[in-house]
Design a protein around this ligand. Structure first.
Ligand code: DX5
Ligand code: ZN
Length: 222
């Protein structure tokens, strides 16, 4: 099974983001959490910062927009070259139109669901997406505990993706450690965002990434 490990720079040292991106060169992508202080009660960075980081880092950027009105703001992240742009279903007014405009902008289109948002209303639009993100914590902060209550939804989403024939990445984000990654992978997740378990690793970030990769790859799904 191909598994992708995307460290989240939300847990990095914000005074040296360029170096913190260099330290995860073995990752599949850098996960960039954009928060607006409205959709979630926390504020990070916006387009100018992401654009500048993109210029100095060779890693693909996996942008997670925890913002209101993504219909208005998300396409610009595709236009500055971010490889994938994920908006929240709860915040989008016209998710199909938005996903199409992200693809037209050259990015993978991602849609995220908060832990209590059901996947079923969105099953017919899976073919419009490249990434489905099932949040495994309430979005807004790093360092929270993985919510096992989301596992059945991951399982149902994985089955629906398989049934649809669409080539979708099933991403999970929040509380991913070398233990919880096994449960998420068993449920069918294929892409794992990890903030504190990578940037919280004392010195060797690449070893932390390798450990997560190994733990996810040890899972054989049937
Ligand atoms: C939370 C963010 C996550 C966060 C995960 O709202 O979307 O990407 O960085 O952090 P950990 O891995 O520490 O739960
Ligand atoms: Zn995130």
């Amino acid at each position: 099974m191909t598994c992708l490990i995307n460290p989240s720079i939300l847990s990095a040292d914000f005074s040296r983001l360029g170096q913190e991106l260099e330290a995860i060169s073995t990752a599949d992508a850098a996960h960039i959490d954009v928060m607006d202080g409205h959709f979630v009660p926390n504020l990070t960075w916006g387009l100018p910062v992401v654009k500048r980081l993109k210029e100095v880092s060779p890693l693909p950027f996996d942008v997670h927009l925890m913002i209101e009105d993504p219909d208005r703001w998300a396409p610009a992240y595709a236009e500055v070259g971010c490889e994938s742009v994920t908006f929240h279903a709860e915040a989008a007014t016209a998710p199909i139109k938005l996903a199409r405009s992200l693809r037209e902008g050259g990015a993978k289109a991602g849609m995220a669901l908060r832990p209590a948002t059901a996947v079923e209303p969105y099953l017919d639009m899976l073919t419009e997406l490249d990434i489905l993100l099932v949040m495994t914590v309430e979005p807004g902060f790093g360092g929270q505990a993985f919510l096992d209550v989301t596992l059945p939804k991951i399982r149902r989403a994985a089955q629906a993706i398989e049934g649809s024939g669409a080539d979708l990445i099933l991403q999970v984000d929040g509380g991913i450690t070398s233990e919880t990654i096994v449960r998420a992978a068993e449920a069918g997740a294929t892409c794992f965002v990890a903030g504190s378990s990578v940037y919280g690793a004392d010195d060797d970030l690449e070893a932390a990434i390798a450990g997560l990769r190994q733990a996810a790859a040890s899972v054989h799904r049937h």
